[in-house]
Write a protein that binds this ligand. Sequence first.
Ligand code: NAD
Length: 502
Amino acid sequence: MAAIPTCKCLIAGQWTDARAERAEDVFNPSTGEVIAKVPLCGEADVDRAAKAGLAAFDKWSETPAVERARVMFRYRDLLLKHTDEIAKIISREHGKTFGEARASMQRGIEMVEFACGLPSLLVGETIENLATNVDCETVRHPLGVVAGITPFNFPAMVPLWMYPPAIVCGNCFILKPSERVPLSAMRMGELLLESGLPEGVFSIVHGGKDCVNALLTHPDIRAISFVGSTNVAKHVYTTGTAHGKRVQANGGAKNHVIIMPDADMESVVEGLKHAAFGCAGERCMAGSLAVPVGNVADEVVKQLAVAAGKMRVGRTDTGATDIDMGPVITRQHMERVRGYVEVAEREKASIALDGRKVHVADAPNGFFVGPTIIDNVRPESPLVKDEIFGPVLSVARVNSLDEALALGKRCEFGNGAVIFTQSGRSAREFKHRFNAGMIGVNIGVPAPMAWFPFTGWNASFFGDLHIQGREGMMFYTQQKMVMTRWPAPPSAGKREPGWKPH
Ligand code: NAD
């Protein structure tokens, strides 16, 4: 049997053993097998990475912005060349289908493309003659050493939301990938070094809670980007800011999908199937609560149950392209997700499709739950309120758009929300009034692409400046204001009337 490899940290341009004594298993969720060990780093490893970043910062921040961006042009080429290879790693360690893994790489590469063009966003502003002969300008400076902490559900894409823009802005970056899926991030780290990034500008440390806390409290780390569940996001925000850091922390979600009686049924069924069951429901923008309005409900549930029931659930570690849905991330998570079907049984909701019945013959130890639809859930049910983060779609029937909007107002989260309708009036009402930050009209998953911010609200986001787009660049830079006056020498006798030295 091949030995199980232990993940190395990337510090000062070298792959090195962690100082950590403890390690955790990384699983292949399709088979339940252990494929790697991930060290649980703490203060010692974080300090090594922060020192390496600090040592590299002066030179990197003085490197012209266009040269910093050129590293990203080379990185983009390498990521494109290695897309399939990295997609296979994602499928193996996370359980996305090959198609889903490739699509997530594409979204991540768009962030690199955004970072290639970042110098044009870094330009400052100037007013000449703000006061007599006084010019005023703003310029943007990098912060220093910054860190990113990422979740398991997009092993390549979410890290790419963070480090390409941070690095082109002139910062040094420490990535702490999810301990469940460290392998894709490490391969992408190798390619970043190959792109010619100087040593120390990008580091990787591993682990969970202790590693995160060491990052949040390290005096040399200036800012933290976080993506993960709401409770941890809250902890990261309060601890990071209490230690004087800038923090942007994306949290969990429960995204409502409102279906009006006039909606185009084919788009609804396709959109909902993709939104609820794509990536096995493990997406912060998954549509997890369908809210059909009026008499459209029976037809939506009936047609969706047929379409979702035909989805092929199977192992994703073989590179197979003929499956529609892979496993969820761990055995515990599979049990938690299945537990919600038991909640439905206890609450006497109607189970229109039961994912517990799915068996994958060639992977009996994999962490599988099939597409599940639970109809007639009550507004106060955990099926409406909790983020299940699996392939479970709850259906809460309502009688009007107003009732659907009121249900949205009671939601703790505020990541995304969608309406399917052919009425401009309903769409306008929804987009103006719904209590969430990312809105879709006849689009199942309104996740913004690199050029737009990821604008979660409420318990889906803690901070001021969101990830991606111009706000992402603003997060990774600080402004300096410069006032200038160049008086003519007194000997030239050209001082303007009333000139006084301030
Ligand atoms: P998680 O919160 O368990 O873990 C996220 C990160 O936090 C990991 O790197 C982990 O090591 C660390 N962590 C875990 N527990 C910690 C603790 N007690 N103290 C300090 N650090 C800790 O999230 P997950 O299960 O990996 O990912 C799924 C969650 O991420 C879902 O809630 C999903 O909605 C959310 N998510 C949000 C977005 C978004 O943009 N809003 C995007 C993707 C995922």
